[in-house]
Design a protein around this ligand. Structure first.
Ligand code: ADE
Length: 246
């Protein structure tokens, strides 16, 4: 997969992508990520990328021409490509959207800045306007990085099998079950003994019960969208699974 990020702050992108799993994914050739400086596509002496809004009002608007030149230079003929504008007005980014974008061969992210982007950029160049949440950030770099992280970890070979993405929160529409490691007692709190029982089926039931009740109690929106199976329903009715009496 190829990902290009058009930005006024390329260092923000390259720095954030030079660690851990995202770095390894690039080093192994699974994904090629490039930060492109929008100023390189300006033609004036001052490398101007923004201008005042037509009709007045405060703030600055990103000019369309440098963005168009950048996108055209990154597009490869005959290769389909999604051009994504980071924007709090866009559709909400979700795990489902990450899965959809992970199928593409080439993504171009346009990091919005200032008060906005000339409307013709949206009309003529952009295929997707995406928001990462209902809050406003100072620029589109962090949203682009959030999306790149969520997309890249889904690409085959990026995560090992053990940490596979199939078991993720949201992959099934449920939150995750609680996890523990040693020590067995920490600050007076004991790891639930059922996890040391060796009863794998019972542990699976206990985990499932926690996934269901956590989702129900914390995320009513996910719970509403989730379709309970018959065995889920029975599990919820019977309460938290416990160890059989010795
Ligand atoms: N730019 C500023 N805030 C944003 C958000 N929440 N999502 C995407 N892009 C943004």
């Amino acid at each position: 997969m190829r990902i290009d990020v058009v930005t006024l702050f390329p260092q923000m992108i390259s720095d954030a992508l030079s660690h851990s799993i995202l770095k390894r994914a690039q080093d192994s050739g699974i994904v090629s990520i490039q930060a492109i400086n929008l100023r390189d596509y300006t033609t004036d002496r001052h490398h101007t990328t923004d201008d005042t809004p037509c009709g007045g009002g405060g703030g600055m608007i990103m000019k369309p021409e440098p963005i168009a030149r950048a996108v055209e230079s990154l597009r490869r003929d005959a290769e389909p490509c999604r051009v994504i504008l980071t924007d709090p007005q866009g559709v909400l980014f979700t795990q489902q959207k990450a899965r959809e974008l992970a199928q593409e061969a080439h993504l171009i992210f346009l990091c919005g800045h200032y008060e906005g982007v000339d409307e013709r950029v949206r009309e003529l160049l952009v295929t997707d306007e995406i928001s990462i949440g209902d809050y406003v950030l100072t620029g589109g770099e962090l949203p682009a990085l959030v999306m790149i992280d969520a997309i890249t970890r889904l690409l085959p070979g990026v995560l090992g099998n053990a940490a596979g993405a199939e078991r993720d929160t949201f992959s099934e529409g449920l939150l995750e079950y609680p996890q523990y490691t040693r020590p067995r007692v920490f600050m007076g709190r004991e790891v639930p003994p059922i996890l040391f029982s060796g009863h794998h089926a019972l542990i699976e039931r206990w985990r499932r019960w926690h996934q269901l009740t956590r989702t129900r109690d914390r995320r009513p929106d996910l719970w509403k969208a989730y379709t309970l199976t018959e065995s889920d329903r029975k599990l919820l009715e019977s309460g938290e699974p416990t160890l059989p009496e010795p």
